[in-house]
Ligand binder design. Structure first.
Ligand code: AMP
Length: 473
C-alpha cells in the first residue's frame, strides 16, 4: 500500500516522501480514504501512530480543491490540548502542505496575541489552536467560523483531563452545524464517548491495535543510588557515555532548574523545560534540543507531554514520578515511530514505593544495576517478585481521581502509544552498554544488603497531585 494508492495528490505524496515515510501507518491507511470521502472519523490512536499525517494530508487535499479562506475565516480547525502539541501539529501541516497554496496558522496562549490577530485577519485555511487562546481570539473578533468545513479534536482524552471540556463546548457552539468532524483519543472512557456523541456523526471508527508495547520497545533499567548522589551520577553517566540527546526527568521545576544549571557548569549543554518558563523559552529549549545545540533537556512531566522528538534515544528519570502512569509517558518519549530506545531510572531508597507501583503497572520487574563508585549506602528495598496484573485503566483513573492516557492493548499490556513495528533492533546509540557492576538483589542474591534501612519511611508526596496544574494553558 502506498500513499498515492490512498488517493492522495502528487504534491502530498512528494511531501511524505520528503519526510521519509515509505508506507502509510495503519491509522493513515484507514483514516485518509475516510476523510477524503467526507466521512466523520472517530479514532482510537495515540501520539506516535502517525495520526497527524492521518488527518492533515486528506484535509489539506480537500481544502486545496475549494475556495481560499475569506478574511478572519477558518476552513479547518485543529484543537489540541497543549501548546507544544499545537506547535508540532502546525509545523507538520506546514511541511506537508508546502507544495500547496494554503495558509496555515498556529495559535496558543503564553505568547503575544497581536501577531496571531494579524495572521488571522487575512483568513487561514488551517488553524491549529489550543482552546483557551482560540476563545480569546474569538472574543476579540479576530476569528470567525462561518465557513468552517472541518473540525479536528486531537488528543480528546487529554483535553478532558486538562479541564478543557467547557472551552470545547463553547467552541462547538460557535461552529456551523454542517461540517466534517474528526476526533482522536488514546483512550475511550465514558466521558469521551459522551463527548463523541455531540461531535461526530455516523463516524468511521478506526482503532489501531498496539503492535508492540512500550516495555518491549524500550530497553529499561534502573541504577540504584543514594538520593544525594543523583546529580553526580547523572554527570558521571553523561561524561562516560556518548549519549548525544538525553531527555532527563525531574519531579519538580526547581529540581529541573538545578540539574540543568549543574550540567551546564560541567560543560554539558543542558536546558530545563517546565511550566514556569515562558512559552518562548519553552519553544526555544525544545528547538535547541531538537537541533542538537543542547545535549540534555531536563523536563517536568507536564512540560514533556506531547513532545515528539523523533528518534530520541535516551530518557533518564532522575526522580521516579509519583504517578506510575507518568513513567510510561516518560519512557514513551523514546522509541517513537518504531524506533527503539533506552530508559534509565536513578532510584533511591525512598522511592521503593514508586518503583513498586511502576513495576506493577508495567507488569515487569526492572533490572537493577549499581554504578561503580556510586554504590548506595541505603539499599532500595526489594519490590515484590510477583507482579499483579495491572488494573483496567478506567479503574486506576477512578482510584487516582486523575488523568491517564495509558492504554491497554489486547493482551492487557500497558502501552503509552500504538506504534508501527520496529525496523531496527539496535538501541540507536550504536554503543554497547557499559561495563557496570550488575548487582542488586534482583539479580544477585549473594550481594550484601549494605546499610539497607528497611524501616526508612518514604518521604515523597504520595498525593498524586500534579505539580503544574494548567501548566499548558
Ligand atoms: P504522530 O503520531 O502524528 O505524532 O507521528 C509520530 C511520528 O511518526 C512523527 O515523528 C512522524 O513524523 C512519524 N510518521 C508519521 N507517519 C509516518 C509514516 N507513514 N512512516 C514513518 N514515520 C511516520
Amino acid at each position: 500500500m502506498s500513499f498515492s494508492q490512498l488517493g492522495l495528490i502528487p504534491s502530498l505524496v512528494e511531501s511524505v516522501a520528503a519526510e521519509g515515510y515509505q508506507t502509510p501507518s495503519p491509522i493513515q491507511a484507514k483514516a485518509i480514504p475516510a476523510v477524503l470521502a467526507g466521512k466523520d472519523v472517530l479514532a482510537a490512536a495515540q501520539t506516535g501512530t502517525g495520526k497527524t499525517a492521518g488527518f492533515s494530508l486528506p484535509i489539506l487535499q480537500k481544502l486545496n480543491e475549494g475556495q481560499a479562506a475569506k478574511p478572519k475565516q477558518v476552513r479547518a480547525l485543529v484543537l489540541t490540548p497543549t501548546r507544544e502539541l499545537a506547535a508540532q501539529v502546525g509545523a507538520s501541516i506546514a511541511r506537508y502542505g508546502a507544495g500547496l497554496k494554503l495558509r496555515e496558522a498556529i495559535v496558543f496562549g503564553g505568547v503575544s496575541i497581536n501577531p496571531q490577530i494579524s495572521k488571522l485577519a487575512r483568513g487561514v485555511d488551517v488553524l491549529v489552536a489550543t482552546p483557551g487562546r482560540l476563545i480569546d481570539l474569538y472574543n476579540q473578533n479576530a476569528v470567525r467560523f462561518d465557513s468552517l468545513e472541518v473540525l479536528v479534536l486531537d488528543e480528546a482524552d487529554r483535553m478532558l483531563d486538562m479541564g478543557f471540556i467547557h472551552d470545547i463546548r463553547r467552541i462547538l457552539k460557535l461552529l456551523p452545524a454542517k461540517r466534517q468532524n474528526l476526533m482522536f483519543s488514546a483512550t475511550f472512557s465514558k466521558d469521551i464517548r459522551e463527548l463523541a456523541k455531540t461531535i461526530v456523526n455516523d463516524p468511521v471508527e478506526v482503532s489501531v491495535a498496539a503492535e508492540n508495547t512500550t516495555a518491549e520497545r524500550v530497553k529499561q533499567r534502573i541504577i540504584t543510588v543514594d538520593k544525594k548522589k543523583k546529580p553526580d551520577l547523572l554527570v558521571h553517566l553523561l561524561k562516560e557515555n556518548a549519549w548525544h540527546q538525553v531527555l532527563a526527568f525531574s519531579r519538580t521545576k526547581h529540581g529541573a532548574n538545578r540539574l540543568a544549571t549543574r550540567l551546564s557548569s560541567e560543560s554539558i549543554p543542558a536546558v530545563a523545560i517546565h511550566g514556569n518558563k515562558s512559552q518562548n523559552a519553552r519553544t526555544k529549549a525544545l528547538d535547541d534540543f531538537k537541533k542538537g545545540k543542547v545535549r540534555v533537556m531536563v523536563a517536568t512531566d507536564i512540560a514533556a507531554r506531547g513532545l515528539d522528538i523523533s528518534k530520541l534515544p535516551y530518557v533518564i528519570n532522575v526522580d521516579l514520578p509519583n504517578v506510575p502512569e507518568d513513567y510510561v509517558h516518560r519512557i514513551g518519549r523514546t522509541g517513537r515511530a518504531g524506533e527503539s530506545g533506552e530508559a534509565i531510572s536513578l532510584v533511591a531508597a525512598d522511592e521503593a514505593k514508586q518503583l513498586q507501583d511502576i513495576e506493577r503497572l508495567i507488569g515487569q520487574k526492572l533490572t537493577r544495576e549499581v554504578e561503580d563508585g556510586f554504590e548506595p549506602g541505603h539499599d532500595v528495598p526489594q519490590t515484590p517478585a510477583q507482579i499483579r496484573t495491572p488494573k483496567p485503566s478506567s479503574q486506576r483513573r477512578r482510584n487516582r481521581g486523575g488523568r491517564s492516557n495509558v492504554a491497554k492493548d489486547g493482551q492487557g499490556k500497558t502501552t503509552e502509544r500504538s506504534g508501527r513495528s520496529s525496523s531496527r533492533g539496535d538501541n540507536a546509540s550504536g554503543k554497547p552498554g557499559r561495563n557496570r557492576s550488575r548487582s542488586s538483589t534482583a539479580n544477585n542474591p549473594n550481594r550484601k544488603p549494605g546499610n539497607a534501612n528497611s524501616n526508612r519511611k518514604p518521604s515523597d508526596n504520595r498525593s498524586g497531585q500534579r505539580s503544574e496544574p494548567n501548566g499548558n494553558r
